[in-house]
Design a binder for this molecule. Structure first.
Ligand SMILES: Nc1ncnc2c1ncn2[C@@H]1O[C@H](COP(=O)(O)OP(=O)(O)OP(=O)(O)O)[C@@H](O)[C@H]1O
Ligand SMILES: [Mg+2]
Length: 605
């Protein structure tokens, strides 16, 4: 009982969903209503010309041909008229198709732009819970399927629907009794075509699934080729590939087989219905109830049932896939960004580099946070960093150090407590302003396709070459960049594949320094550097840190040794704080960490 009513209400929700996604789709079309009506008009012209043609032939047969004195002049005139309808029909069809493609493509472009802009506005939690691959599918193929709704489905509904109705009308006008008998073939066509469609769709989906498995397998294994070869996995992978390939081929063959079956059945059905018409109509002609021309027209018309019905059932499928895509898109578009700008943001002053002018004082006040509310990863964090201070954060993996910085940059909002910059709660800044105060360098560096200089200035045209060089110099990246073929104009491949980890890291440093931020966050930023480079950077760190507040997270404790204050984190809490000497003297957790990480330094420290 309970489960049935539950599924009932689920179904209601689903129906409401598809109804609202339908409305959403149509809302994109609404501004183009005028154009759409023109298309409908053109379709109507096309349909009328198509239905007129057998009628014209019927007139020739009955009025001008099989009489005692054939009227050649009239035959000629009707011939010309026939040609004219062909020409008009072609023109209307051509224009309508072109207009409809424009219409559909423009709508899908608007949807895609909206979708991308919306995704960009969403908060980090959304990206935590949505896979990138899924979102790419949304932007790329779901929007295409939705465009099929406008081009394929609507067109078929109008064109095929009208074709059927007008043809049926013409038949009724010619002879309503024979017309009604002929209409009996319609349900037969509908049922057969629906049955086949189901089979065809199953096959299609099976093949698509096998195809994406095959592609997925290939992509994954090409990326991991090193591992495959080193661990001698080639024969096993090849077997797996063979199996996937076999299934995909089987799917293709099946798909082809069923589409041939479908076409042949439809052809046979067409011939049968012509035979039926010959029998019924022929008898009527012999009994002089109808004329020969009428029989001709009927035979032409009954064959015209097939293609529109086939196309309508096919597009019924299109409608369903479009709706599924529309629901998925709707799901993304209806997601509200979790973190919003305040209604009355604090006004800020912009400096020369486009950075916000700020002192750079950072304070956490009793901050508690968890990625899910039930499982806090930070407990009651309180600390104050005066402007231009250099502070370090250390602690074991998973202690919550990166989370702390995610809160400061407001990728997530705190659950309890508050975070302030220069005494102002960060939620009172516009997010763009907040992000103009700080820059972050992470261990994982995201590089974009472009030149080295592009990646340092992040494609901002207002950042001069000189600024880029200076930033790279301070970051210690200048040396290796000048050694690249092309120097600052060297092209960076996707994800920076042609650079080493450490080189990417140095670029990220330069990128942060270009902005001249008031608050600089380094999250494991030196972890991939060799000890020589790290030492150079270490020496540069004082220079980098001067004039700004610098928060450094480091596993390598030597990185933060000179920090004004080091905060030691353990399981989401700050357990110790002080400078290196104070902490060592305490002989607590920090001293423990130092001993564990650099046994040789025990005596030195
Ligand atoms: N996006 C996320 N969604 C859910 N939980 C997360 C997320 N990011 C981190 N966590 C969890 O929060 C806790 C703290 O993670 P955090 O990344 O802040 O640790 P960390 O101190 O930076 O560790 P590391 O030194 O390894 O970088 C971990 O238990 C982790 O599993
Ligand atoms: Mg971390």
């Amino acid at each position: 009982m309970i489960s049935s009513s539950e599924s009932e209400s689920q179904r209601e929700v689903a129906m409401a969903d598809s109804r609202s996604s339908m409305r959403r789709l149509l809302s994109y079309a609404l501004p183009h209503l005028g154009e759409f009506l023109v298309v409908v008009g053109l379709v109507l012209i096309y349909v009328v010309t198509q239905v007129m043609q057998p009628w014209l032939v019927k007139i020739v047969i009955d009025r001008d041909l099989i009489v005692k004195h054939p009227d050649f002049h009239a035959i000629l005139m009707i011939g010309i008229l026939y040609l004219a309808t062909t020409a008009v029909g072609l023109l209307a069809n051509f224009t309508q198709n072109r207009k409809l493609q424009w219409f559909g493509q423009r709508i899908v472009r608007e949807i895609r732009d909206d979708l991308y802009a919306h995704i960009e506005s969403l908060s980090m939690r959304f990206f935590d819970t949505h896979e990138t691959g899924r979102l790419i599918t949304n932007v790329a193929s779901d929007t295409n399927r939705v465009s099929q709704f406008f081009t394929s489905f609507l067109l078929s509904l109008i064109q095929d629907g009208m074709m059927l109705l007008v043809t049926m009308g013409a038949m009724l006008l010619l002879d309503w009794r024979i017309a009604l008998i002929s209409f009996l073939v319609i349900p037969v066509i509908v049922i057969i075509s629906m049955l086949f469609r189901r089979k065809l769709r199953e096959n299609y989906q099976y093949t698509r699934t096998q195809y994406s498995r095959l592609i997925g397998f290939t992509a994954e294994n090409l990326e991991g080729m090193r591992i495959t070869q080193i661990f001698n996995q080639e024969p096993k992978q090849l077997d797996e590939h063979r199996e996937l390939n076999r299934r995909y081929t089987l799917g293709n063959i099946n798909e082809y087989r069923w589409s041939v079956r479908f076409n042949r059945t439809f052809n046979a059905l067409g011939n049968l219905s012509v035979a039926l018409m010959m029998w019924i109509g022929g008898t009527a002609v012999l009994h002089h109830t109808i004329q020969l021309g009428v029989l001709y027209a009927f035979i032409s018309y009954i064959q015209r049932f097939f293609s529109p019905i086939n196309s309508l059932t096919q597009n019924w499928n299109t409608l369903q896939t479009s709706m599924v895509s529309a629901e998925r898109l709707g799901g993304v578009l209806l997601t509200e960004p979790e973190i919003k700008d305040p209604n009355q943001p604090v006004t800020v002053r912009l400096g020369r580099t486009g950075m916000v002018q700020a002192e750079g004082a950072v304070a956490f006040d009793h901050v508690t946070f968890g990625y899910t509310p039930q499982a806090p990863v930070l407990h009651d964090i309180t600390f104050t960093v005066p402007p231009q201070a250099f502070v370090g954060f250390v602690g074991e993996t998973g202690a919550g150090k990166s989370t702390l910085m995610g809160l400061l940059t407001r990728f997530y909002d705190v659950q309890r407590g508050s975070i302030t910059v220069d005494g102002v709660d960060i939620s009172r800044f516009r997010q763009a302003d907040l992000h103009r105060m700080m820059a972050i360098v992470q261990q994982e560096v995201n590089l974009f396709s472009g030149t080295v200089a592009d990646n340092i200035r992040l494609f901002r045209t207002d950042v001069s070459d000189q600024t880029v060089y200076e930033a790279a110099e301070i970051a210690g990246a200048d040396g290796f960049i000048r050694n690249l073929p092309g120097g600052y104009d060297a092209w960076i491949r996707a994800k920076g594949a042609n650079l080493s980890l450490g080189q990417r890291q140095l670029l990220a440093f330069a990128r942060a320094l270009v902005l001249n931020p008031k608050v600089l966050i380094l999250d494991e930023a030196t972890a991939s550097l060799d000890s020589t480079t790290e030492k150079i950077l270490q020496e540069g760190l004082t220079r980098i840190a001067s004039g700004r507040t610098t928060l450094v997270i480091a596993h390598r404790l030597s990185t933060v040794r000179d920090a004004d204050v080091i905060y030691v984190m353990h399981q989401g809490r700050i357990v110790e704080q002080g400078n290196h000497e104070e902490l060592m003297a305490e002989r607590g957790y920090y001293a423990d960490l130092v001993h564990k990480s650099t046994p040789s330094e025990v005596h030195v420290g």
